[in-house]
Write a protein that binds this ligand. Structure first.
Ligand code: ADP
Ligand code: MG
Length: 330
């Protein structure tokens, strides 16, 4: 199968919303009056972000999900995306489920595949998403205010826990008792659900937001740094976001929830007087949210337990270029 047959067969679809989709030198989108475009790219590299033998259907889903998660964090409505793909070979048995997983999630969010690039090379998937948001209403990282409450959506830590178990399984060291646990949480690693509905519902409610892709500490840390504030975070509230945390050594549970990564939940702030609006937004989006702390003037992040004792997290969020050797983050 040649390059253009491949594009035609797996990646060319009707684009009722875009003015022009796949097939020309550029795709064309009609910008709507009063709207701003929200644009984000994420690249997934084989054996860095995923195992080369991962189910291609879930890989297609995840490649788009991590990009949609960025639109969710900004409160943007998905419009379209491009797909730049490097493939070792044109294998229909792989491309078919990959494109199905990708396009099923795209359809779910009305996000049209409008173009891309295809080349031979080590497996690598780079998606750019385009969304829209009413001018001036995007949720951003720089605008958290002292006194705001800090919230997290959904659950945290299961993706990181699943990765730990998968690595053990691949080394033949997964205890059989842990197999059920892995089966229960594996989807959190391999097919995350971008929180688009919550992001939209939080427009005009949240003061700042980010998605949690590299761990809560790091991604909340970006909000704090860009907003020039600090935070106090309740470790027990955060641990409650990981079902089954009590079956893990405490240090492992904390590491998964604070620094695990791959959660694709939202962390956001809102003034205390908007709490009812936050809960209403959560209800509207059918997405649970949990308050985990408060923004403070003193810079840095302080983690304390219910007894008020300060814990000293020595954890770091994932950094591909951190000086110390780290495990790959599939
Ligand atoms: P150009 O050489 O002008 O960059 P290409 O020949 O690479 O264009 O691609 C032909 C058409 O197919 C373009 O419209 C491009 O956007 C689209 N395309 C290429 N690869 C993909 C892909 N993986 N998914 C979707 N569209 C693709
Ligand atoms: Mg061209």
């Amino acid at each position: 199968m040649g390059e253009f047959d491949l594009i035609k067969r797996f990646f060319t679809r009707p684009t009722p919303r875009a003015v022009l989709g796949v097939g020309d030198d550029c795709a064309l989108l009609q910008a709507r009056a009063g709207m701003q475009l929200a644009i984000s790219s994420d690249m997934l590299v084989s054996e860095r972000h995923f195992f080369a033998d991962v189910d291609p259907r879930t890989l297609g889903h995840k490649a788009l999900a991590v990009n949609l998660s960025d639109l969710a964090a900004c409160g943007a409505t998905p419009l379209a995306f491009t797909l730049a793909l490097a493939l070792p070979q044109a294998d229909p048995a792989w491309l078919e489920p990959f494109s199905q997983g990708l396009l099923a999630l795209a359809d779910q969010h009305g996000c049209e595949l409008v173009g891309g690039d295809t080349t031979r090379g080590p497996l690598n998937i780079c998606i750019t998403v385009f969304g829209e948001v009413p001018a001036g209403q995007a949720l951003l990282r720089h605008s958290a205010q002292v006194g705001d409450d800090i919230y997290v959506s959904g659950q945290l830590g299961q993706a990181s826990w699943a990765l730990q178990l998968l690595l053990l399984q691949r080394q033949g060291r997964l205890p059989s008792a842990a197999e059920t646990q892995l089966a229960q949480i594996r989807a959190r690693l391999e097919s995350p659900s971008p929180r688009i509905a919550l992001g939209l519902a939080l427009r005009g409610v949240a003061s700042a937001a980010a998605d949690i892709s590299d761990g809560l500490l790091g991604d909340l840390g970006h909000i704090l740094e860009r907003s020039g504030v600090g935070a106090s975070v309740d470790a027990d509230a955060v641990l409650a976001l990981l079902p089954g945390a009590q079956t893990l050594p405490a240090a492992d549970a904390l590491r998964h929830v604070l620094a695990g990564g791959d959660d694709y939940e939202l962390v956001f702030t809102a003034p205390a007087h908007r709490q009812a609006h936050v809960l209403q937004a959560a209800k509207q989006a059918a997405t649970p949210v949990q308050r985990i702390g408060r923004i403070e003037a003193l810079s840095g992040l302080r983690l304390h337990n219910r007894q008020g004792q300060l814990l000293q997290p020595t954890l770091h969020s994932f950094d591909h270029f951190a000086p110390a050797p780290q495990e790959a983050k599939p």
